[in-house]
Design a binder for this molecule. Structure first.
Ligand code: ATP
Length: 199
């Protein structure tokens, strides 16, 4: 599995559609200060589901949408697509090439898609969760991140190991099931009250 290409449209400084093509092995992005190198990394994190605006170096999520310059008006949406070569079948989906996409509208709505079909954020997170490209983004090591890992407490360190071992997905499912169970118990108690009143 390797990243094949990344397409940015209206994402941060990339107002017009920009396609970066990657080859297997090491790829380098070079450019002068402020030319958008970190924005490319932000786009990668974003399309893989990053939810924290701060992790994308912004105040709120709408900051990823091209904000305009003196020559160009701001845009109403940001869109990023990441194409992954899946010929070795690492991603649990029957396609040799998988494109995940994320769009955010300035009005607030957002969309996710896998190979052009609309999906939920959860579907993208689950698709990537056993590949090392999971939700916690340990695959992206930003400036100062190594320090963070070295200084992490026991709980956070366990999180890193669980993500690497693929346990996190099951923990999330368990938490979701427990929340459902709790809400069902509430409904059950309510039904019991009502039936007691009717008796
Ligand atoms: P350095 O080498 O200094 O780290 P860099 O190449 O990593 O720089 P980035 O931090 O990726 O540069 O890009 C910064 C540029 O992106 C700034 O000029 C900033 O104004 C621009 N930028 C960030 N967000 C937006 C946005 N929403 N709309 C337009 N431009 C933006």
């Amino acid at each position: 599995m390797h990243l094949k290409s990344l397409t940015l449209r209206g994402f941060k400084s990339f107002a017009t559609a920009t396609i970066l093509r990657f080859e297997p092995g090491i790829n380098c992005v070079v450019g002068p200060n402020g030319s958008g190198k970190s924005n490319v990394v932000d786009a990668l994190a974003w399309v893989m589901g990053e939810q924290g605006a701060k992790n994308l170096r912004g105040g709120n999520m709408a900051d990823v949408i091209f904000a305009g310059t003196s020559k160009r008006p701001a845009l109403g949406r940001a869109e990023v697509s990441l194409t992954i070569d899946n010929s070795d079948g690492v991603l649990p989906i029957d396609y040799t090439e998988v494109t995940i996409s994320r769009t955010l509208f300035r009005s607030g709505g957002s969309e996710y898609a896998i190979n052009g079909t609309s999906c939920r954020l959860l579907d993208i997170q689950e698709l990537l969760s056993d590949t090392g490209m999971g939700r916690e983004m340990h695959v992206i090591i930003g400036q100062g991140k190594l320090d963070e890992v070295l200084k992490a407490g026991a709980e956070d360190r366990r999180g890193f190991i669980e993500e690497a071992a693929g346990v996190l997905k099951h923990r999330r499912r368990k938490e979701k099931a427990l929340r459902k169970l709790e809400s069902m118990s509430g409904s059950l108690a309510r039904i019991e009250d009502l039936s007691a009143e009717l008796r």
